[in-house]
Design a protein around this ligand. Structure first.
Ligand code: 0PR
Length: 380
């Protein structure tokens, strides 16, 4: 560290210089991210609550109440207003918290957790930290888990089964209803990772798109991960973990006698009240009607891209939600050409090109993208 501080102006100019090198969502060029520009009202709330710390909630009872109200609103969206949980830093922390609770509840000597092979890498982290053996169940052609394969892998050491409602690569939704039945039949804990799909599926259904059940309305579902910093339009960091039964939270608690709250159940100690305030602001500002409109617009752009890519002769996977995967015989070269034209795209593990159509991707960006795909395919 330098000996003497610099002027505020100098500091700001260093920051601006760094920021200029970043991509922006507003450019419409980021087609690879599950995050987007947060709502203005949520960003403002975040700034207004910067100094709050929900690790010591007695100091910030107003902020704590905002968290409770945000959690309740998300819980009611996901089929059970009585579910309990927290605003956390994101899907990774939420998934770790869920598996921690499942492991503590089951008390097995060599605990195992069954996840679809499509599960997000956060489960890999959770398993290593929690000393859980990660058992990967096979998925079918449509990238949803084969429930028969999950069943085949259940042993007396299984402490949890995980289903995904909107998987990272294709947006595919596992048959959560069947997993719920299986969990009930075997007395197992079922966690649903709806980090991305949690703010999409409830609205897709209302908009008339096919969308299966995935939430607490299914009796076997014990916990759900859902990320406000993805399709919830809240600033990073904001995830949410919900448990059907508050008893699971008690299993996580440690004593924190010198704080304003004598026990703590979250993984983090000091944690941002700004995130909770921002999530509350986004939920309150948009309401269900607002989120439905956001999802509707994302789906319109997704379907527009799907049509355009099909008419350019691409092989397009039928989208489950606003994630679109397509393929071309020279996929490597095509991806390179698109990146050279300034598009941030990602690839699936199988090598296809993957687009996440977040709210910052407008119809005009989709049209420019299609023109570039056409041009790029011609020069291959
Ligand atoms: N569960 C699912 C289904 C996910 O897709 C993700 C993240 C997580 C859990 C973990 O969430 P956090 O990253 O919030 O801890 N999926 C994206 C990914 O890792 C996140 C992402 C976001 C990627 C923005 C790129 C990006 O620019 O691929």
């Amino acid at each position: 560290m330098q000996e003497r501080g610099r002027s505020e102006e100098e500091v700001r100019s260093l920051l601006q210089e760094a920021k200029r090198r970043d991509l922006s969502y507003a450019s419409g060029r980021i087609l690879s991210s599950m995050c987007t520009s947060p709502l203005k009202v949520a960003s403002r709330a975040f700034c207004d609550f910067l100094e709050t710390n929900l690790g010591d909630p007695g100091l910030f009872p107003g902020t704590r109440e905002l968290e409770e109200r945000a959690v309740k609103a998300i819980a009611s969206l996901l089929g059970f207003a009585g579910a309990k949980g927290f605003i956390v830093s994101g899907g990774t922390e939420a998934n770790i918290t869920a598996l921690f609770a499942a492991r503590e509840a089951a008390k097995r000597s060599r605990p195992e957790v069954i996840v679809p092979e499509t599960a997000h890498f956060s489960f890999e982290k959770a398993a290593r930290m929690l000393k859980l053996r990660l058992i990967k169940a096979k998925v079918g052609e449509d990238s949803t888990v084969l429930v028969s394969d999950v069943e085949r892998r259940i042993t007396s050491s299984t402490v949890a089964v995980v289903g995904i409602a909107g998987n990272t690569e294709y947006g595919a939704v596992d048959d959560i209803a069947a997993l719920s039945e299986l969990a009930l039949e075997h007395g197992l804990y079922l966690h649903v990772d709806a980090a991305f799909g949690g703010f999409v599926l409830p609205f897709l259904k209302e908009l008339g798109f096919p969308a299966g059940e995935f939430d607490f309305s299914l009796r076997g579902v014990c916990s759900i991960t859902v990320d406000p910093h993805k399709m919830g339009l809240a600033p990073v960091p904001a995830g949410c973990i919900l448990f059907r039964d508050a008893g699971y939270l008690e299993l996580l608690q440690v004593e924190s006698p010198y704080l304003t709250q004598p026990r703590q159940c979250t993984l983090l100690g000091t944690r941002s009240g700004a995130s909770a305030a921002a999530v509350f602001a986004a939920l309150t500002f948009l309401g269900k009607e607002g989120y439905r409109r956001v999802v509707e617009r994302c789906m319109q752009v997704t379907l527009h891209l799907r049509e355009g890519l099909l008419s350019l002769g691409m092989r397009v996977h039928e989208p489950w939600m606003n994630i679109l995967v397509f393929d071309h015989p020279q996929r490597e070269a095509l991806a390179g050409e698109l990146r050279a034209r300034g598009w941030a795209i990602s690839r699936t593990r199988r090598g296809e090109i993957r687009l996440v159509i977040m709210p910052h991707v407008k119809k005009e960006h989709a049209e420019q993208f299609l023109r570039d795909v056409e041009e790029a395919a011609e020069v291959l």
